[in-house]
Every structure is written in structure tokens, then in C-alpha cells.
Design a protein around this ligand. Structure first.
Ligand code: EPU
Length: 414
């Protein structure tokens, strides 16, 4: 069963502060990034309850606009609070975000969007400091379809009087989910999921009951894990149309994939063809699935060429896979991966969230035991990852704080 989307939840939860009454948000994944957002919401004065994946956020007690560095610097999405606090308090003081170290992650497009709508905003001393007596709708032209800048432009635009058009917007499922949540609060956001999003801002927003979309990247990670282990797995609670670019690649590799309603059936005999992959914004192949798929390609027949166009440091995990016997070399933004007959267990280190997932996938394919450190990265974004894989038959356990041990596995059924 797929959990709620991480990248949707981390945008929706701060947005709940824009309302004048409580929101009840269901299917919120119980992951470390969500716990950091809860700490930030509570620091800002909101009343938050979180149990059984349901979060209630009462924004009426919020009275601060300056989340502390210790929280904001621990994750990427913390800067989604900047436009929200600007809308609510007419000012914000939000330390620059952290997040996975996968290459430079500038925020120039976010600042441009906020300035276009009338905010006086800059980053002196590593803090997003903004103020605006009144925000006014306008045309925001993003230089690239950035997820973060699209989220922040939408979150600024709902508080701006008049119409805002966000051009060259990102189209990811989490963008659509945030727009749906804002609309259920009384906002008018149209066109999310296309290149141009139109927001009629300045409306009164109320609390809403909402259910977070299933996690596209977790779904893909489980599909790849199923293929990697030669399993026969049905993944439930998914949205198959979000998975088309991955499904097409897996079919090209010789994996059987079919879907019906919210079920995706993956079956493989571990005899994979090499394929070429290039990461792109949605509906292209997601950068967040590049690492898990690359792990699979290390045992494919032939040579695969993987081109990473979004984040330049997203090939570092290949150094770890080489310790397990993988054959790959990286030239700038391209990895050339030549399939080997088998991987062998080793001690490896996860350097970011999706790198961690890809090491688990490699471990499930490898002969012998693999010990993975840096597992706190995986816990940031995958809910009960080891439990889910264990329930499918994988031998995987936490051996000590922060480490996982995984053995070659076969994932036989649902
Ligand atoms: N970029 C700029 N300027 C900006 C914004 C982005 O040059 O102002 C560039 C980035 O350097 C990058 C590209 O544009 O090369 C795309 O970055 P984007 O802003 O889309 O990424 P993000 O918002 O920082 C989100 C996800 C990432 C995911 C990317 C791409 C969240 C919280 N994070 O990051 O998720 O990889 O979009 O889809 O939504 C993950 O979940 O593991 C993860 C890293």
C-alpha cells in the first residue's frame, strides 16, 4: 500500500496556515520531513495533532513569522513557509532551506516570483527576509519549471489581490495536489498540471478536509524493487497514470507491468534489457527515480546510458554501488552503466534519500548481506520502508541506530 506523497504533504501542511479555521488532512505520511514541518508549525504557534496519518492544524493560534535555523535548515520544503507567512503576517524571516545534497539548489526563481507580486524580499545572512504591505497579482515567468518556485509562486499568489499567471510552471502531481488543497480552502487556482497556472488571489481562505495524493516516487521505488527481486507484486493505493514514464522504461527492459484502478502489478524474471534514460520534469522521467532505476540497470544485459538533467550530483551513489560489483562510469551529467551478472553484499553509505532507496534495491539483488549506513536519509521520505519490504518477503532489518541490513530477496506477492 502506497503512502501519502511526501512532496505534496510538505507543501500542503504549511499552506494550512493561510486559513482562518482548522484543516484536517488525511493520508499524511509518517516520515521525518513531516515531523520537522510539525515542529515548525508548533514553533510558529499553530496547534497540531497528528495520529494515524491524519493531521489537524489549527492556524488561529499562530503568532510568529520566524522559524528557527535548527528546523528550517533540516529540510528543503521549509522555505514554503516564507510566502505563507508573508501572506498571513505581511512579513517573513525564514532561514534558507537544507535538504538532500544533490547539487546546487538555488532559490532565485522563488525570490523572483515573490518580488513580481510586490514583496520586498532578499536573503541577507542566509535568511529569507520579506515584507509586503499588499501583494498584487502579476505575470511570473519561471526560467525553468522548478517545483519549489511553482509551489512558492502559488502560495504567494493566493494572498495577492487580482490575477497571477505562473508561466512555465512545474506539472508534477504534487503541484496539482497543492492546487486542489488550496481550492478546497476557497482559493481559485486553475491550470495546475499544465504549463500555465492562473490564480485569482486575495480570497478569504477557510480550513478544509483533504486527503493527500499517493506518493508517486514511493510507488516507483516499490515497482523497481519488485522488478529487481524477480517478484510478482501488486502495489495498491497507487495512481497508475502518474507512473507512465517509469512503466514505459520497465516494459522496455522486459518487466511485465499492468494496472487496474489503483493497483499496479509488476512481475519479472530478472532478465533485463539495458535502456537509456534521461531525467525531465513531469510527465518525463523523474530525477527522483533515476537512482533506483540505475540500481536495476547495474544487472541489465548490455550498457545503459543515464542522463541526469536536473541535479548534477545525483550520481554519487554509483560509487557505493561499485563496492557491490556494479560497473559504471560517470562523464559529467551522464552515467554509463554496463550490466554485471551479479552484485555482492558490501558495507555502503546512503548519501541522500533516493540514493538510500537505490542501495536497498541493490542489496535485495545482491549475493550476501549488505549493510547500509546513513539510513536516516531513507526515513526522511519513505514511510515504514523496511516494514513494507519485509511484508513482501524481503530480509531487511534495522541492526543498530541508523543502519539497515538487507539480504538478497524475492518479493513474492501483495
Ligand atoms: N533551479 C534554479 N533556480 C531556482 C529553482 C530551481 O536554478 O530558483 C534549478 C535547480 O537547480 C534544479 C532544477 O531547477 O536544477 C529543478 O529544481 P526544482 O526547484 O524543481 O527542485 P526542488 O523544488 O528543489 C523538488 C523536490 C525534489 C525533486 C525536485 C525535482 C520537494 C520538497 N523536493 O525539489 O525531491 O527532486 O523537485 O522534481 O518537492 C526528493 O524527494 O528526493 C527530492 C529531492
Amino acid at each position: 500500500m502506497v503512502s501519502g506523497g511526501k512532496n505534496a504533504a510538505v507543501a500542503i501542511l504549511p499552506a494550512a496556515l493561510l486559513a482562518d479555521s482548522p484543516s484536517v488532512i488525511e493520508n499524511v505520511p509518517d516520515i521525518n520531513d513531516v515531523h520537522i514541518i510539525i515542529e515548525m508549525l508548533r514553533y510558529l504557534g499553530a496547534t497540531v495533532d497528528f495520529r494515524d496519518n491524519v493531521m489537524t492544524i489549527d492556524p488561529r493560534t499562530a503568532d510568529k513569522f520566524d522559524p528557527p535555523y535548527e528546523l528550517a535548515s533540516r529540510m528543503r520544503a521549509s522555505y514554503y513557509f516564507a510566502p505563507v507567512l508573508l501572506g498571513v503576517f505581511k512579513r517573513c524571516y525564514v532561514p534558507l532551506p537544507g535538504g538532500c545534497d544533490i547539487g546546487p539548489r538555488p532559490i532565485d526563481q522563488t525570490l523572483k516570483g515573490m518580488r513580481t507580486l510586490g514583496a520586498d524580499v532578499d536573503t541577507p545572512g542566509g535568511v529569507i527576509v520579506g515584507s509586503a504591505d499588499e501583494l498584487i497579482g502579476g505575470d511570473i515567468f519561471l526560467e525553468m519549471p522548478s517545483v519549489g518556485a511553482t509551489v512558492n509562486s502559488m502560495l504567494t499568489a493566493v494572498s495577492a489581490n487580482g490575477t497571477t499567471c505562473i508561466h512555465n510552471a512545474a506539472k508534477e502531481p504534487h503541484i496539482v495536489d497543492l492546487a486542489n488543497f488550496l481550492n478546497s480552502m476557497g482559493a481559485s487556482v486553475k491550470g495546475a498540471g499544465t504549463d500555465v497556472i492562473r490564480v485569482r488571489g486575495g480570497r478569504h481562505l477557510h480550513g478544509a478536509n483533504y486527503t493527500v495524493v499517493p506518493d508517486q516516487i514511493e510507488t516507483g521505488t516499490l515497482m523497481i524493487a519488485a522488478a529487481a527481486t524477480g517478484g510478482d507484486v501488486v502495489i495498491s493505493g497507487a495512481i497508475p497514470t502518474h507512473m507512465e514514464s517509469l512503466t514505459a522504461k520497465l516494459l522496455e527492459m522486459g518487466v511485465h507491468v499492468s494496472s487496474e484502478d489503483d493497483l499496479i502489478h509488476v512481475r519479472s524474471n530478472r532478465n533485463f534489457r539495458a535502456v537509456n534514460v534521461k531525467t525531465q520534469g513531469y510527465p518525463g522521467f523523474p530525477t527522483d527515480l533515476q537512482q533506483p532505476l540505475s540500481a536495476l540497470l547495474t544487472v541489465a544485459n548490455g550498457t545503459s546510458i543515464v542522463t541526469e538533467t536536473i541535479f548534477e550530483s545525483r550520481f554519487r551513489f554509483l560509487d557505493e554501488l561499485r563496492k557491490m560489483g556494479a560497473n559504471s562510469r560517470v562523464i559529467e551529467t551522464t552515467a554509463i552503466i554496463t550490466g554485471v551478472e551479479r552484485l555482492v553484499g558490501a558495507r555502503v553509505n546512503a548519501t541522500d534519500l533516493r540514493a538510500g532507496a537505490s542501495l536497498v534495491i541493490a542489496a535485495l539483488m545482491a549475493e550476501g548481506v549488505t549493510e547500509i549506513s546513513g539510513v536516516e536519509y531513507i526515513m526522511r521520505g519513505y514511510e515504514h520502508f523496511d516494514e513494507k519490504l519485509r511484508s513482501l518477503g524481503a530480509q531487511i532489518e534495522h541492526v543498530k541506530d541508523g543502519d539497515l541490513a538487507a539480504e538478497r530477496a524475492f518479493l513474492p506477492n501483495i
